[in-house]
Design a protein around this ligand. Sequence first.
Ligand code: FES
Ligand SMILES: [Fe+2]
Length: 339
Amino acid sequence: MFLKNAWYAASWSKDLTDAPLARVFLGEPVVMFRDHDGAAVALEDRCCHRAAPLSRGEVSAGRLRCGYHGMLFDGTGACIEIPGQARIPAGARVRAYPVVERWNMIWIWMGEPALADQDKIISLPWLDDPGWTITPGRLDLKSNYQLVIDNLLDVTHAAYLHRNTLAADPREATEPTVTEPLPDGVRVGRWLLDVRPPPLFAAAGGFNENVDRWQFVTWHPPGVVYLDVGCARTGSGAPQGDRTQGVSFWSNHFLTPQSETTSQYLFAFARNFRLGDDEFSQRLFEGTRDTFLEDVEMLEAQQHNLVGGALDRTVDLLADTAQLQARRMMGRLLSAEAA
Ligand code: FES
Ligand SMILES: [Fe+2]
């Protein structure tokens, strides 16, 4: 069961062109493209004539033509032309989904269009601020999206799962976190004082000594997670609020369910130093992607073990506090929507 009345991340802006892009969100096939003015459009990817995927057609002059018998659809989903036939039947239309382009992303609303309030899109200014450089990526994941949220709301797993990429300090596994419920989400985080910096951070900040490291994760339902992470030389005042001697990142994660067992995963690191340094961007992108791939491998293996069983017969640990709060909040939102 998925929350329908919510904004989901559909695509990075850069990945949407005037060529049809086929996706599945919340079990529904969707085709996206840019119209004549460059505005994003999302339609049901199923022709109203004989159910051909419209993504197999082509966009011309900002409209989408079915690749089977040539019906032409505008951005509202209405059929506006049928080859060899002047009269357009009343039901000749496909569903159009509300979309908004914001923060370098396309957001889609899969629920009741009248409820699609743009003000409910989470604020992520660092994703399209010239003071930040972002390294966006996308993965298809064979795992329920909630398992990824669990993963992101638990910073302790790095000590084990990411020991080859993040080479985290052993205290990563044991240092307690503080969980804070928000009106529209959950925040969890901690400081790790006087620890070895992970190689990626050491390279970014030129650290060859211990650092004070921060990790603060914020989740907003259903699928937005961002991490405020970074480190600064130990004793330079970062825990007291002065981060000028350190490096800061926003690590952004966007989960959109495709089915109960698959998800679209969009991610991006945003940084406010070495802006426009493409070589560093590439290294950062590859480094973070390799780390995510370690998560992906585990998440898919978990999903394999969970088929048909959700999370029954599992135990919860102290470090699961934030993910349990998130799951409870999702449960409340889903019940409210069902009612
Ligand atoms: S299936 Fe699309 S026009 Fe026939
Ligand atoms: Fe991870």
